[in-house]
Design a protein around this ligand. Structure first.
Ligand SMILES: Cc1cc2nc3c(=O)[nH]c(=O)nc-3n(C[C@H](O)[C@H](O)[C@H](O)COP(=O)(O)OP(=O)(O)OC[C@H]3O[C@@H](n4cnc5c(N)ncnc54)[C@H](O)[C@@H]3O)c2cc1C
Length: 411
């Protein structure tokens, strides 16, 4: 049996940020990582992926971006190299290839059964990310075609010849549809609720505006409906060197066919809801409200010349039913997001009825158990590379106070 004061589960950006903040406070800890540092950037990404946040926004605690391209967008491999260098720089005590198989409560803390031995700790930080398992709709295993979740897609060349259906039009879906279409394939994109933003507005990157307006740092408890905010789709955006948009009009310009939300498959025919126009109108209304906020902030009146926002065109009727064979669709990419899996967390009191971890701004309902890096954990950018550090600093201080109080009580 091994022991540490704090066990951090996961060595992605969140686990490493917490490691740095605990080290600064002199708190003993160990990180347990089932793969290697930054595992998700090794195994769950397509080859051409670049970060969609600009470099200046991707700082980690005590490690701001200092390269010569602050407005550029890093390739995922370069970000992985950065995470590895960061782990070295901060001397993070990472146990790689060590999966936490179960976490249980003990009278004096916690017991972690790992693939490399049993550990005791006084506190635990869950930093396992958002992306444990693919979130797939019913009927997502379609016969006669290659079915891939977006985390399994690598390049267009890895797909069988023929057309491709991409289901889901958030950041991953639009980027994958764009890449496959440019490779010469016929692509159909099933579009549900989505969020559209331009890469640039009035000469500034969209994240510059969101940062300046304080939108990224907006606290979760100040939002009108935090649960609804959690269900909001990820914005349609790509981090390309030419700073171009990745949205429905840009896909239409490439020849991508848009359909409504995926409804199901029967007898080799895919059906779609008749809701494309409604989804587009809803996304555009939100987009224009956001742009109006930017203009208000900049003191630009409603009559000032506007930057053109390309419309989605509805020249052709969106298809309601497509025959996979008739359209020669040979692959379906499910860009439908992820869900978390807490099957290993054997503390019923820590879980919500839906199986997710119950927490208040990162402090779980069970004393000594903490979370970091989850979407909207404390603020809008809690799951972003550049947002996790501020949360880590606050929660590390809470952990330190928790350990001190326990030590004082035991004395
Ligand atoms: C395609 C994609 C692109 C993104 N692009 C950006 C971007 O450009 N900018 C940005 O700010 N954010 C981006 N994000 C969001 C976010 O930054 C990433 O999801 C990031 O990986 C989250 O970091 P994390 O440390 O919270 O979780 P993860 O990186 O997922 O790390 C969790 C770690 O925990 C480990 N783990 C899980 N369970 C266990 C266990 N039981 N035992 C041991 N180890 C375990 C995993 O192996 C993993 O290494 C993107 C997300 C996705 C999906």
């Amino acid at each position: 049996m091994y022991a540490t004061d704090v066990a951090i589960v996961g060595a992605g950006q969140a686990g490493l940020a917490m490691s740095r903040c605990l080290s600064v406070l002199g708190v003993d800890h160990v990180l347990f990582e089932r793969g290697a540092v930054g595992a998700r950037w090794r195994t769950h990404v397509w080859e051409s992926l670049r970060l969609l946040t600009p470099n200046w926004l991707n700082g980690l605690p005590d490690s701001p971006y200092q390269g010569d391209d602050p407005d550029g967008f890093m390739r995922h491999g370069d970000f992985l190299a950065r995470l590895e260098a960061y782990a070295d720089m901060i001397g993070a005590p990472v146990m790689s290839d060590t999966e936490v198989l179960s976490l249980a409560r003990e009278p004096e803390g916690f017991c972690l059964t790992t693939s490399r031995g049993t550990w005791r700790s006084r506190a635990v930080v869950v930093a396992t990310g958002q992306c444990d398992l693919p979130r797939l709709p019913d009927h997502s295993s379609v016969k006669g075609v290659l079915n891939l979740h977006s985390s399994q897609y690598r390049t267009p060349h890895g797909l069988p010849q023929g057309g491709v259906l991409v289901v889901g039009a958030s950041a991953s879906g639009v980027q994958i549809a764009d890449e496959i279409s440019r490779s010469g394939r016929q692509v159909t994109l099933a579009v549900g609720r989505h969020m559209r933003v331009p890469r640039h507005w009035r000469g500034r990157d969209i994240f510059w505006w969101m940062d300046r307006l304080g939108i990224l740092a907006e606290r979760t408890h100040s939002l009108a409906d935090p649960e609804a905010a959690l269900r909001e789709p990820v914005v349609q955006l790509a981090g390309r060197p030419d700073r171009s948009n990745a949205d429905l009009p840009s896909l239409q310009a490439l020849g991508v066919r848009l359909a409504g939300r995926f409804a199901g498959v029967e007898a080799g025919k895919v059906s779609f809801h008749d809701d494309l126009a409604e989804s587009v109108a809803c996304a555009e209304a939100k987009l224009y409200r956001l742009l109006a906020r930017f203009d208000d902030f900049a003191g630009i009146g409603p009559n000032a010349p506007r930057q053109t926002i390309a419309p989605v065109t509805f020249e052709a009727q969106a298809p309601r039913r497509l025959s996979l064979r008739g359209e020669n669709i040979r692959s379906i990419i499910w860009a439908t997001g992820y869900r978390r899996d807490f099957g290993w967390l054997k503390i019923a009191a820590a879980l919500r009825p839906d199986g997710d971890l119950a927490h208040q701004e990162g402090a779980a309902t069970v004393p000594g158990l903490f979370a970091l890096g989850f979407r909207l954990l404390r603020k809008r950018d809690s799951h972003f590379i550049g947002g996790v550090g501020a949360d880590a600093a606050v929660i590390a201080r809470q952990i330190r106070a928790f350990l001190d109080e326990r030590a004082w009580r035991a004395a």
